[in-house]
Design a protein around this ligand. Sequence first.
Ligand code: COA
Length: 251
Amino acid sequence: MIDHVLVDRHAAVQIIRMNRPDKKNAITRAMYGAMAAALTEADSDPSIRASVFLGVPGAFSSGNDLADFLAVAQGGEGGTEVFDFLMALARSQKPILSGVDGIAVGIGTTLNLHCDLTFATPRTVFRTPFVELGLVPEAGSSLLAPAILGRQQAFALLAFGEGFSAEKAKETGLIYAVVDESELEQTVLKAAEEIAAKPPEALRIARDLMRGDRSELIARIKEEGTHFAARLKSDEARAAFMAFMARKSAG
Ligand code: COA
């Protein structure tokens, strides 16, 4: 069986690679669980100084697995893996970087709001079709995006469903830099290595100061989660998931 999340080490840098290319890196509950465990390990292991999220060529992530969403919409149990992952992000103690190429949908976009440095390739499009799917923003994005991008750009991304090019993502502060596909991973790893070489205690305090009190973010993730769970069972969401599944079987 293929490992859909590969966790690796590159000296003091932890690499978390989403690896489900046949589904454009749609994230299953098991994948959220593996990524939550990796971030928790990074926080508790002093030899890890930074974490890096990567995807596969052309697909950082197509977001939450819609079959998992449909299962919950039809009355199934949701599990705690998504929440565990979001809490691990919100509470993270060490720098997190990401290298994004191609598809970055849903959590594939909002994950980057938690990153300290995101690099993306020119062909990347960031998109969060939450409202189209009958859902609401998640991962604290309703708090983080207005703070980072400003209210109007956050609305365009999270509610209007506009796809942001890598250039627009950089202009609006969603990402740090745009780099060519061929240089993406080496650029992210080089930055992560440089960060990992900095005095860790000073870096931790500097990062903590910039992040501020995490309690508001954690409370917002929970509040979004309550709405999200209710919306998953709504007629609007069920219809959207079934339309995607039908498109899939028709294709
Ligand atoms: N959940 C489950 N499966 C997904 C998926 C998702 N989020 N995104 C893509 N897939 C699957 C497709 O069903 C398809 O599977 P199949 O080959 O077994 O039929 C495979 O991944 C490839 O996707 P495809 O749609 O053929 O690729 P594409 O390049 O034409 O389009 C996307 C890529 C991401 C634009 C499109 O798949 C899409 O819109 N996915 C849904 C994204 C989404 O709404 N995510 C939830 C956000 S909250």
